[in-house]
Design a protein around this ligand. Structure first.
Ligand code: HEC
Length: 479
C-alpha cells in the first residue's frame, strides 16, 4: 500500500465521558498520499433490466397507446418532482401544470434518463450500496416519461386527485442564529475569495440531548458555501493548557470590531471540538439521521457554527450582512448513538510538509487516499456500523468513489458518485448499516477537471481549491 498514515490519537486517549469513539477531528492529524496504483474501475452505470411493466396502456388492438400527462406522467411527477417544481419551491419551473410540463417534456426526459433529476448523486441501482429512501425513479418510470415526450407530450384526461408527498419537517426544532455578519475575502492562496468564520451559539442545555435532524437557513444562499456545527465543551482543557472556553474568548477578543473568529479547519485554532453533528451545504435540505439514531450534544456544551462565505460571486461588491440559522431537532434518548467524522487526507497534506496538489490541464485528474480503520479505532478495536456518508468536493470535482478494502485485499464498493454536482450536497444513509471491521481500510478516489487551472490546484478551503472529503456517520457496531 503506498499510503503511510501515522497513528491517530487513540480514541481511548481522549478525556471523554462519552463512548470510546468520541470524535477525533482528523484535519491535520493524517498524512495523505497520492495513490500511484492504477485507478480502481471507473464506476459502472449498468442498470439491470428490471423486468418491470412496459410503457403505456394496452389498447384494443393489443398495441400500446402513448402515455399521457395526466394518466401516466403526472403521478410520477407529483410523487417525485412537484415537491420542488411547483412554482414556489427551489425547482425553476412547475411540473404540476400541463402547459409548462409539456414545454419541458424533452428536457425532463433527458434529465431523468441521465439520472440528473431527481437529484440524488450516488448510484442507487444496488451496484454500490443500498440506500434508505433513495430519491430515484425506476427504469420503467424513466421509460414512461421518455415515451410521453417522444409522442409529443399528449395531455390525456385532466384529473385533480393527485397529491404531493408531505415535505420533511423537523419537530419543534431549536433555532440557533449567528449575528448579522459582513464577510471579507481572505485573499490567501488556500482561500482567495473566501472567509471562514466561527460563531459561538449556546444552546444552554442542562442535560444531554441527541440531534436527530437539522436544517439550515443560510440567510443568503448566494454567499454561504457551507455550514458546519461543532460541539465544544468549554470546560475541556486544550493542548495549550487553557480551557476551550478561555481559548474561544481569546479568539473572539482578537477582532473586537467583528463578530466571531477565523476558523479554517474546525472550530478555530486551538479549540478542541468533541463532535461535528451538522454539515450543511447547498441542496442539503432537511437532514435526518436514520431512524433511532442521533448525535449527542452534552449538557453545557457550546455549539460553534463554522460558516464558509464565498465572495467570488460578488465581483467586488460588498455583500449585505448575513445571519444564518441552524435548526436542530433534538431528542432526549436514541437507540443508537452516532458520531460524525469528516475525513479529508488531501486537505491534511497542507499540514504535513509538501502539500499534495492536482496537476493542471487534465480532464480527469485523480486523487486517492486510504485510511486504515485501525488508525481510528485502534488495532483490534471495535467494529463500526456505517450509517451513511456525505461526499464533498468543490467545483472542479467530477466524481467520487468510496470503497472498503478488506484484510484479504478484496474490496466492496460503498458509495459511488459518478457525476459530482456542487449544487446537490446530500447525506446518503444506507438501508442497513454497513459493518466495518478494524482490519478494513477506507479508500476514496476523487476525480477533478483541472483544464482551466493556471497551475497546480492546491487542496484548501477556498472555493477555487479542492477537497476530497468523505463525511461518515457511524456508530459502535451493534449498538
Ligand atoms: C429536490 C428538489 C428537486 C426535485 C425533487 C426535482 N428537481 Fe428538477 N430541478 C431542481 C432545481 C433546483 C433545478 C435547477 C438547478 C439544477 O439544475 O440543479 C432543477 C432543474 C431541472 C431541470 C432543468 C431545467 C433547466 O433549466 O435546464 C429539469 C428538466 C428538471 N429539473 C426536471 C425534474 C423532474 C422531471 C423531476 C422529477 C422526476 C425533478 N426535476 C425533480 C430541483 C428539483
Amino acid at each position: 500500500m503506498p499510503c503511510v498514515t501515522p497513528p491517530l490519537l487513540a480514541p481511548s486517549a481522549r478525556p471523554s465521558s462519552r463512548s470510546p469513539l468520541a470524535i477525533i477531528f482528523t484535519f491535520g492529524l493524517m498524512v495523505a498520499c497520492k495513490d500511484d496504483a492504477p485507478a480502481a474501475d471507473g464506476g459502472s452505470f449498468g442498470v439491470g433490466s428490471s423486468g418491470e411493466a412496459g410503457v403505456g396502456t394496452a389498447d384494443d388492438s393489443g398495441g400500446l397507446a402513448a402515455p399521457t400527462y395526466w394518466q401516466d406522467v403526472a403521478p410520477i411527477y407529483f410523487e417525485s418532482c412537484v415537491g420542488c417544481h411547483n412554482g414556489e419551491g427551489i425547482g425553476p419551473m412547475r411540473l404540476d401544470d400541463y402547459a409548462t410540463a409539456r414545454e419541458w417534456a424533452a428536457a425532463s426526459a433527458a434529465t431523468v434518463a441521465a439520472r440528473v433529476m431527481p437529484p440524488f448523486l450516488v448510484t442507487a441501482d444496488g451496484s454500490c450500496g443500498d440506500y434508505h429512501a433513495p430519491r430515484v425513479l425506476s427504469d420503467a418510470q424513466v421509460e414512461v416519461i421518455s415515451a410521453w415526450a417522444e409522442a409529443g407530450a399528449p395531455e390525456g384526461e385532466p384529473r385533480d386527485d393527485l397529491t404531493v408527498p408531505a415535505a420533511e419537517e423537523l419537530s419543534v426544532p431549536l433555532a440557533l442564529t449567528t449575528p448579522a455578519f459582513l464577510p471579507i475575502a481572505e485573499g490567501t492562496a488556500v482561500a482567495e475569495s473566501d472567509e471562514y468564520r466561527c460563531f459561538r451559539v449556546d444552546p444552554a442545555l442542562d442535560h444531554d440531548v441527541f440531534a436527530t435532524g437539522y436544517d439550515v437557513d443560510p440567510g443568503n444562499a448566494a454567499f454561504v458555501h457551507h455550514v458546519l456545527a461543532f460541539t465544544v465543551d468549554p470546560a475541556t482543557q486544550t493542548m495549550a493548557g487553557i480551557t476551550n472556553g478561555e481559548r474561544m474568548d481569546q479568539l473572539d477578543a482578537e477582532s473586537p470590531d467583528r463578530e466571531g473568529w477565523p476558523c479554517f479547519g474546525a472550530a478555530g485554532e486551538g479549540v478542541d471540538p468533541s463532535g461535528v453533528p451538522v454539515s450543511w451545504a447547498p441542496g442539503s435540505g432537511v437532514t435526518r439521521f436514520p431512524a433511532g439514531s442521533g448525535i449527542r450534544i452534552a449538557a453545557g456544551e457550546a455549539i460553534v457554527l463554522q460558516i464558509h462565505y464565498n465572495l467570488a460571486v460578488m465581483g467586488g461588491d460588498e455583500p449585505p450582512p448575513i445571519s444564518t440559522t441552524l435548526r436542530l431537532e433534538l431528542g432526549d434518548n436514541v437507540e443508537r448513538e452516532g458520531f460524525v467524522q469528516l475525513i479529508d487526507p488531501f486537505i491534511d497534506t497542507l499540514f504535513a510538509g509538501e502539500p499534495s496538489s492536482l496537476p493542471p490541464g487534465e480532464a480527469a485528474a485523480e486523487y486517492t487516499w486510504e485510511l486504515p480503520l485501525a488508525d481510528f479505532v485502534g488495532p483490534g478495536g471495535p467494529a463500526l456500523d456505517l450509517l451513511g456518508v456525505f461526499p464533498h468536493m468543490h467545483e472542479r470535482g467530477i466524481s467520487q468513489r468510496f470503497e472498503v478494502v478488506h484484510a484479504d485485499e478484496s474490496s466492496s464498493c460503498a458509495a459511488d458518485v459518478p457525476r459530482w454536482d456542487f449544487n446537490w450536497q446530500l447525506h446518503y444513509f444506507y438501508a442497513e448499516p454497513m459493518r466495518l471491521l478494524s482490519t478494513d481500510t477506507l479508500r476514496v478516489t476523487c476525480t477533478y477537471d483541472t483544464r482551466d487551472a493556471d497551475g497546480p490546484v492546491l487542496p484548501g478551503w477556498g472555493t477555487q481549491n479542492e477537497m476530497c472529503l468523505l463525511g461518515v456517520v457511524a456508530s459502535l457496531a451493534g449498538t
